[in-house]
Design a protein around this ligand. Structure first.
Ligand code: NAD
Length: 543
């Protein structure tokens, strides 16, 4: 057999297409959107080589057009979940024995499919399933997904290259073994890229996967599976199960072969899963790896030296893009009294120009929130703010669910820095501003640090280098991704590895080698070329 030490292509971030009027990409994605909108699809679960139809189905609807049906998906029962575990275990030996460069080739091919022939389809599916504008779909489903695949393959090579020193006459090596058992991937609705990456990142390290996507992302999850299949991911390596999340998770966590969870979603669900793993710890063959990126209550703090227009732009983009449904979305804002009015006036003026509606109309900056539950949660917060004397709605505050789950971008100003919308993750287009006295800059930094249980993203705006240093120090543990004079959203794979601590997750940094390290168990091999033949050391000899 011929051998070589291969070098992977150096990854570069996928260029973001503009979708400007009359562009080819705009025509293509809209044609695809219309086609998908008009077709009813039936999504089976993919388990091993079998497409599983249980007959127990649920329907899929665009959040911006909830009376329209896109089709249905089949839901698992316990037996189906067990079958998915068996399929993952059965595929494991052959998959993990495949040379790593073959695994790399499969996922590099998947990246080419995402950014090439499937680009319009995965974007259109994300626009329909998750109500993303074309720009939000493009930076997620096309670019971030392709970036995850290309950069992670490169990080895989970096991990394998990482080898120990060897002393005279010996040779030390490390093998990076996949974990024994299977990995459970649980993904949220809000990023198609995350949904694809949770399984792919662990699979490329030689693991096999049971993947449970969010009920609200299955329409685009189906496109991800199509891409994986065309790229050559073998049967049983990534298996999908849909339906009751609690039943599926309980069944998975009962298996002694459960080797780890790659989770992204809300904090509450992650904590519940972690406790169940703890309860079952005696039954597992290994200590399961627990990786979870969870909620946020992300902040922007402006110093009196900040440029009000830049702060206002950070609030609008950081707070309202994708309807505030990014884990990194800015939702609590701290403004100094001296520039507060300028920032607020600018935000109000700019919001008057923001259009809301279907993502099919490219003039819309804001579309619908994901589902009835999200809509009701946000309406309740808005109605409460209308009643509370310590809160005032200064922009937005309207909502309408007749066609889709539309919530107007809403800005609340509160006199109470611990007001509910300053502390609770609402996950929608609602931003709350607290105005502080300029002289309280240092006290306000402490307030920012201590207000929320989360520590995901945060931003400071200032033209004063001393103030920036103060913020960096005081807010050291307040955010895993910290931004200076920029909005706290929009992390790019390979440039800003993403994740937070405290209640926001295990901070294993998606899109980095540290995340991939969680899916391997190193084996150190020491080889001695000329072994000792006498147990006696020199110190034992007589003087
Ligand atoms: P969610 O918690 O409702 O769902 C996440 C996943 O968990 C889904 O697959 C869901 O079906 C599953 N799930 C729900 N209840 C469960 C249960 N009882 N047992 C087991 N699994 C269960 O979250 P979502 O609404 O899909 O996504 C939004 C949340 O995700 C927000 O809190 C957001 O901050 C977070 N998020 C975090 C990051 C990050 O990188 N930190 C990225 C994206 C989203």
């Amino acid at each position: 057999m011929a051998h070589s030490i291969v070098q992977l292509p150096i990854p570069v971030n996928e260029p973001i297409l503009s979708y400007a009027p009359s562009s080819i990409e705009k025509k293509e994605v809209l044609a695809c959107y219309t086609k998908l909108y008009k077709t009813q699809i039936e999504v089976p679960m993919q388990i091993g080589k079998e497409a599983v139809y249980t007959g127990d189905t649920a329907t899929m609807h665009p959040p911006h057009d909830h009376k329209h049906c896109l089709g249905s998906y089949h839901k698992a029962n316990q037996a189906v979940v067990k079958k998915a575990i068996e399929a993952a275990l059965a595929a494991k030996a052959k998959w993990s024995a495949l040379p790593w460069e073959s695994r790399a080739a499969i996922f590099l091919k998947a990246a080419e499919l995402v950014s090439g022939p499937y680009r319009a389809k995965i974007n259109a599916a994300t626009m329909l399933a998750q109500s993303k504008t074309i720009h939000q779909a493009e930076i997620d489903a096309a670019c971030e997904f392709a970036d995850f695949l290309r950069f992670n393959v490169y990080f895989m090579q970096e991990i394998y290259e990482n080898q120990p020193e060897s002393g005279a006459g010996i040779w030390n090596r490390i093998n990076y073994r996949p974990l024994e058992g299977f990995i459970y991937a649980v993904s949220p609705f809000n990023f198609t890229a995350i949904a694809g990456n949770l399984g792919a990142s662990a699979a490329m390290m030689g693991n096999t996967i049971v993947w449970k996507p969010s009920d609200h992302q299955i329409f685009s999850a189906q496109v991800i599976m199509e891409i994986f299949q065309e790229a050559g991911v073998p049967e049983g390596v990534i298996n999908t199960v849909f339906g009751d999340p609690e039943m599926i998770t309980n069944t998975v966590l009962e298996s002694p072969d459960f080797a780890g969870i790659h989770y992204t979603g809300s904090t509450e669900v992650f904590r519940a899963i972690w406790s169940k793993i703890g309860t079952h710890i005696n039954r597992y063959k290994s200590y399961p790896r627990i990786v979870g990126e969870t909620g946020g209550k992300d902040f922007i703090i402006a110093h009196p030296s900040a440029n009000p227009i830049e702060v206002a732009t950070g609030i609008i983009r950081g707070g309202f893009e994708y309807q505030g449904q990014k884990c990194s979305a800015a939702s609590r804002i701290y403004l100094p009294k001296s520039i507060a009015n300028q920032v607020i006036d600018r935000v109000k003026e700019e919001l008057k120009t923001v259009k809301m509606g279907s993502p099919e109309d490219f003039e819309n900056f804001v579309t619908a929130v994901i589902h009835r539950g999200a809509y009701d949660r946000l309406v309740a917060a808005i109605e409460q703010a209308k009643k509370d004397p310590e809160a005032e709605i200064i922009a937005g505050g309207d909502y309408d669910d007749s066609t889709g789950y539309f919530i107007e971008p809403t800005v609340v100003v509160t006199s109470n820095p611990a007001y509910k919308t300053m502390t609770k993750e609402l996950f929608g287009p609602l931003v709350t501003i607290y105005i502080y006295a300029d002289s309280d800059w240092e006290k306000t930094l402490t307030l920012v640090d201590s207000t929320s249980e989360y520590a995901l993203t945060g931003a400071v705006y200032s033209q004063d280098r001393f103030a920036l240093e103060e913020a960096l120090t005081a807010l050291e543990n307040s955010a895993g991704n910290f931004y200076i004079n920029d909005k706290p959203t929009g992390a790019v794979v390979g440039q800003q590895p993403f994740g937070g601590a405290r209640g926001s997750g295990t901070n294993d940094k998606a899109g980095s080698a540290s995340n991939l390290m969680r899916w391997v168990s190193p084996r150190l091999i020491k080889e001695t070329f000329v072994p000792a033949k006498d147990y006696r050391y020199s110190f034992l000899e007589k003087e």
